[in-house]
Design a protein around this ligand. Structure first.
Ligand SMILES: NC(=O)C1=CN([C@@H]2O[C@H](COP(=O)(O)OP(=O)(O)OC[C@H]3O[C@@H](n4cnc5c(N)ncnc54)[C@H](OP(=O)(O)O)[C@@H]3O)[C@@H](O)[C@H]2O)C=CC1
Ligand SMILES: O=C(O)[C@@H]1CCC=N1
Length: 277
């Protein structure tokens, strides 16, 4: 999917790079993409890597755009929004925020009010076209604008709309933060394999392929994860011992606790940011 609309990214960090890289691999044109951030050296790297237009001036970046993706940390969002508010109140683009926690009402207030706002919780595998994003639109967002955002995030993975903004906290705790959970498990699997005698390169190769293969099987179905797990567990075999160790060690409870901790933090961010005067 490609579009002739101009898309501006304010913020050029991990997540903006992942989205832009994924979009360019999937039919979007670098000529239609602008990026702004404070560090000119960093911007030049982005320009060399992606061929997009760059500027250190957020207002100039915003001025160009039909769609503005706000891709800065939640804690600097207020200053960024208030800086570009005079521009966007005039040009009235679609505002898309990817910030964790930050509620659409708070964002809209910082932007001067009345603008169409979409909140997206994406994740870093967007860079390789395997993103998972949850999206929420305010009432001001028109159906063509909704379609344009769907197209961007479907070009880089799966895009799922939620009709209650609070559900974005759950999305954040699952797929937003989730890649880090799997990288942690990957690290731990590698370490276990190395302690069982494999060299690091072989351990990584086999661990990554196992993770990707298991995910692909779960995605294709029709078997449920529980059945897929049982299919690997030969009675009296090796997997049974490992799964027993995980269950007795409280892995499920730990995953529950981790998900709840991320969910709670997302809600706290929302409260902290909405109080931000
Ligand atoms: N990382 C992730 O996996 C995910 C992140 N998010 C959300 O994405 C947002 C960005 O996160 P992430 O990409 O990880 O963060 P990074 O720290 O990697 O990137 C932040 C970017 O914001 C830029 N920036 C800082 N201040 C300003 C400013 N005043 N004006 C313009 N740009 C500014 C930085 O500039 P410079 O390059 O010059 O330092 C940097 O490019 C956050 O709100 C986060 O909640 C959402 C889902 C997943
Ligand atoms: O850790 C964070 O706050 C952001 C949001 C989801 C992933 N990274």
């Amino acid at each position: 999917m490609s579009t002739s609309q101009t898309i501006a990214f304010i913020g050029a960090g991990n997540m903006a790079s992942a989205i832009i890289g994924g979009m360019l691999e999937n039919g979007y044109n670098a000529d239609n993409i602008w990026v702004s951030a404070p560090d000119d050296d960093h911007l030049q790297k982005i320009r060399n890597r992606f061929g997009v237009s760059v500027t250190t001036d957020n207002r100039h970046c915003a001025q160009q755009a039909d769609i503005i993706v706000l891709a800065v940390k939640p804690q600097v969002m207020r200053a960024v929004c208030q800086d570009i508010a005079p521009v966007v109140q005039n040009t009235r683009p679609l505002m898309v925020s990817i910030a964790a926690g930050l509620e659409s009402a708070t964002l809209d207030q910082w932007l001067g009010g009345g603008l169409p706002v979409v909140r997206v919780m994406p994740n870093t595998p967007s860079l390789v076209g395997k993103g998972a994003a949850g999206l929420y639109a305010t009432d001001e967002v028109g159906s063509e604008q909704r379609d344009a955002v769907t197209a961007i995030f479907e070009s880089i993975g799966v895009a799922v709309w939620v009709d209650n903004e609070d559900l974005l906290h759950s999305v954040t705790a699952l797929s937003g933060s989730g890649p880090a959970y799997f990288f942690l498990i990957l690290e731990a699997l590698e370490e276990a394999a190395i302690s069982n005698g494999l060299d690091a390169m072989t351990a990584r190769q086999l661990a990554i392929q196992t993770m990707a293969g298991a995910a692909e099987m779960a995605a294709r179905g029709p078997d449920e994860p529980a059945q897929l797990k049982r299919n690997v567990m030969s009675p009296g075999g090796t997997t049974e011992q490992a799964i027993k160790t995980f269950e007795e060690g409280g892995l499920r409870e730990l995953v529950q606790k981790a998900g709840q901790a991320a969910f709670k933090r997302s809600g706290e961010l929302a409260k902290e940011l909405s109080k931000d005067e």
